[in-house]
Design a protein around this ligand. Structure first.
Ligand SMILES: CC(C)(COP(=O)(O)OP(=O)(O)OC[C@H]1O[C@@H](n2cnc3c(N)ncnc32)[C@H](O)[C@@H]1OP(=O)(O)O)[C@@H](O)C(=O)NCCC(=O)NCCS
Length: 413
């Protein structure tokens, strides 16, 4: 059996992280992704945060697997000619340039739609239409403007951004959904359409529960937040530290070791109270009317988790996990990146993959987290800059060697 997106060709005008995340997933599903890059330099991330001189950075190689690379200067006439041919030969075009960049080159949606009415044109921008639509946006700006930073961290500290790239990769994944929906609709409409995702919108989508809490505030204090019962609630949802975002209280408690990640996250559901208190050596609290019900525990969650922490400090986080799992008590050790890189189960499922790159050698990447039973993902190293220029110009654009040589001399490809 082939791949899910066999036969779909993507014109990939993306760079940095948000767009490349999207097109890498499409490539993993089997699409032929043609990454267009500026001759000479390419995607700026090829040279950013380099760990080895002279070779593509991990920043680039971890976001651009399974793609082909062609270099075209789409500001030059010959380059525009190639670009037009590729627009006509592709099913989807994806870009995440600063607002207006492609329009300034003469490639508006109207022009592109006229060139290929079946083409789906997908874009990532920082903001949707409105006062900020012309702004350039990077990851942390999206986290700040989408509501994540104001709700992350501890109440007595500054707003915090998270290491999870919810602005960039989060938006790229949303864009994948839009593209697949548009491809599906094209089956009946025969027409392409515009797909846009604003980073602010997608961060907000991921912060949906916080907008829920904003509205709950009108009805009184948020009882699962650590500010309850003694702290102050202002006009906006406060930072909740490590409190659980759902109806079940949770917290990260320390375990043995004293390292920065010697913690385990524990959730106390009503059925877990009895076995947890037995484990913690506090069986009297199982029936004590001051502790026995979730309602009674709610105002003293900090004390509940102190009890759990006191017990958990006698074991390492994996031992605590095993002990809690015996009783179906939801928990998760705080795994650091070294531990994740070494986790055998993640290697076996292809979620962490070792890739052998022709120039930089072996490196680890995160494989496809979306598993399709009939379309497994094989990871192919990211392309070198312009590695496929000639083959694409010949096979798709229909150019001869002489035409390629002339355009190369002009710097158009
Ligand atoms: C990410 C971002 C801030 C980077 O900004 P930047 O480095 O200035 O890059 P731009 O997108 O403005 O592109 C720079 C120029 O290169 C040009 N360019 C890029 N590839 C080209 C090519 N193959 N041929 C010719 N010109 C090219 C663009 O047309 C643009 O020209 P202009 O400034 O004359 O309009 C910006 O692209 C952006 O806001 N993107 C949308 C949001 C986003 O995806 N952000 C997250 C990134 S992880």
């Amino acid at each position: 059996m082939g791949k899910a997106l066999d036969g779909i060709r993507i014109l990939d005008m993306t760079h940095v992280q948000s767009g490349p995340t999207c097109t890498q997933i499409l490539a993993w599903f089997g699409a032929d992704v043609i990454k267009v890059e500026l001759p000479g330099r390419g995607d700026i991330t090829r040279g950013q945060l380099r760990d080895k001189p002279g070779v593509d950075s991990l920043y680039f190689t971890m976001l651009n697997c399974n793609k082909r690379s062609i270099t075209i200067n789409t500001k030059q006439e010959k380059g525009k000619e190639v670009f037009r041919k590729l627009i006509q030969a592709c099913d989807v075009m994806v870009e995440n340039f600063a607002p207006g960049a492609l329009d300034r080159q003469g490639f508006t949606w109207e022009t592109i739609h006229e060139l290929n009415p079946r083409l789906i044109y997908a874009s990532v921008k920082g903001f949707g239409p409105g006062p900020y639509e012309d702004c350039k946006v990077y990851e942390n700006i999206a986290q700040c403007t989408g509501g994540a930073a104001s709700t992350t961290g501890f109440d007595d500290g500054p707003p915090l951004v998270t290491g999870a790239q919810i602005g960039d990769s989060g938006t790229g994944i949303h864009l994948v959904a839009g593209i697949l929906a548009a491809l599906f609709q094209r089956e009946t409409s025969g027409q392409g359409q515009r797909v846009t995702c604003a980073m602010q919108d997608t961060v907000l989508n991921l912060c949906r529960v916080k907008l829920r809490d904003q509205q709950r505030l009108a009805a009184g204090p948020l009882m699962e937040y650590p500010q309850y019962p003694n702290g102050q609630f202002g006009a906006a949802v406060p930072r909740a530290g490590n409190a659980s975002g759902g109806g079940q209280p949770g917290w990260a408690v320390k375990t043995k070791g004293g390292g920065p990640n010697d913690y385990i996250y524990v959730i106390i559901q009503p059925p877990g109270w009895e076995p947890l208190m037995k484990l913690c050596g506090r069986p009297e609290l199982i029936t004590d009317p001051e502790w026995a019900t979730p309602e009674k525990r709610l105002p003293k969650l900090d004390k509940c988790f102190e009890i759990v922490e006191h017990w958990a400090m006698s074991m390492d986080k994996l031992e605590v996990m095993r002990a809690l799992n015996q009783f179906d008590i939801p928990c998760g050790p705080i795994l650091d990146m070294r531990e994740i890189a070494e986790e055998q189960a993640l290697r076996e499922t292809g979620t962490v993959v070792e890739v052998d790159h022709p120039k930089r050698g072996k490196f680890l990447t995160v494989g496809n987290p979306i598993k399709l039973s009939d379309s497994p993902t094989d990871i192919v190293p990211s392309p070198l800059l312009g590695e496929h220029t000639d083959e694409i110009l010949k096979s798709i654009v229909g150019w001869s060697d002489a035409e390629i040589a002339a355009a190369r001399k002009d710097g158009a490809v």
